[in-house]
Design a protein around this ligand. Structure first.
Ligand SMILES: C[S@@+](CC[C@H](N)C(=O)[O-])C[C@H]1O[C@@H](n2cnc3c(N)ncnc32)[C@H](O)[C@@H]1O
Length: 320
């Protein structure tokens, strides 16, 4: 079980910027309490379906039995929802560098009657024996690691021969660049619209609680370390020894919509974001996902889509 995350008493307790993993842990400990709200994580059927779709894209429709390790589990969005969807059913170990995230993860799993064990662990140096899992999953974690290929090698090591790896939600190089333009444009448009006196009240006015809060919030700009070209991730998995390696990409205009919505939510007074807003955001996302899948996936190069999904298998026998 994870130990509690210590709360920094003052700026002297914050990690040096050069302590890359200390920065990750401190930022995510700080973010843990608001993480689910920020990213719309819940245990409603549409969020469970979202996680299940990522799984199907990588591993197909059939549930994968056996013992599961999640890397960088955060508050449990991915694996806990996959258990709820019936796609994973073995013992589940949710691991993360941040004890604060794992505390929320344990609460979320308990509230959903999903049995998990939590373990503070660095995905690049896993504290588990060789061959001890049937499945390793991760979502939005590789891009936080200094050397993502190391985590893929570690996943290979802790998987039994024949075990499978699934990593989703990693940003592509071009997808991230285009999305940054969308986020900036949305923010500017929001500021321009809410400069009108009748709409000024929509702007969020709350700031950081104190200097430590402000310093932790600022670490947001330090924690996203990578974006990926799909071929590069394929190579990392092949070099680690995996077989049946596939890298799919997804979310083009749906992703612009999603980040646009999040940008507005982040700038808007919290009580102005109501159920109607949430439903419109969700319906828009669904409609644009259909457009991405039915049309754009056939005509737009895969590297422009925002998220990639890696799936791979540890071979049952070593190569000759
Ligand atoms: C963007 S969050 C994703 C959380 C969750 N998987 C999700 O999709 O909601 C990234 C997570 O990776 C964790 N993380 C960062 N560096 C890590 C490392 N070296 N080993 C394990 N987890 C790490 C963070 O603490 C954080 O919980």
């Amino acid at each position: 079980m994870a130990a509690s995350a210590p709360t920094p008493a003052g700026p002297q307790d914050l990690p040096e910027r050069t302590d890359v993993k200390g920065v990750q842990a401190a930022y995510h400990d700080w973010e843990a309490a608001s993480y689910d709200d920020k990213f719309g994580i819940s245990w409603d059927p549409h969020v469970t379906d979202y996680a299940a779709d990522r799984f199907r894209r990588g591993l197909g429709d059939r549930p994968v039995p056996g013992r599961v390790l999640e890397l960088g589990a955060g508050t449990g969005f991915f694996a806990v929802n996959l258990v709820k969807a019936g796609l994973l059913d073995g013992d589940l170990v949710c691991s993360d560098l941040s004890p604060g995230m794992l505390e929320v993860c344990a609460r979320n799993a308990a509230a959903n009657d999903v049995a998990i064990t939590t373990q503070v662990a660095d995905a690049e140096d896993l504290p588990f024996p060789d061959g001890s899992f049937d499945v390793v999953v991760g979502h939005a974690v590789l891009h936080h690691l200094p050397v993502p290929g190391l985590a893929i090698r570690e996943a290979f090591r802790v998987l039994r021969p024949g075990g499978v790896l699934l990593v989703a939600g990693e940003p592509t190089y071009w997808g991230e660049r285009v999305t940054t333009i969308v986020k900036r444009a949305t923010w500017r448009a929001f500021r321009a619209v809410t400069a009108v006196p009748a709409l000024e009240h929509l702007r969020r006015v709350d700031g950081p609680a104190d200097d430590v809060d402000a310093a932790l919030a600022a670490l947001e700009h330090e924690v996203d370390l990578h974006t990926f070209h799909p071929d590069e991730v394929e190579r990392m998995a092949s070099v680690a020894g995996f077989t049946d390696v596939t890298v799919a990409t997804e979310e083009l205009v749906a992703n612009w919509w999603g980040w646009g919505i999040r940008t507005v939510e982040g700038s808007m007074r919290a009580d102005a974001v109501g159920t109607r807003w949430a439903m419109t955001a969700f319906r828009g996302y669904r409609a644009l996902t259909r457009l991405d899948e039915a049309v754009l996936a056939h005509v737009v190069p895969r590297g422009l889509f925002y998220n990639l999904v890696l799936s791979a298998r540890r071979p049952t026998a070593p190569p000759d």
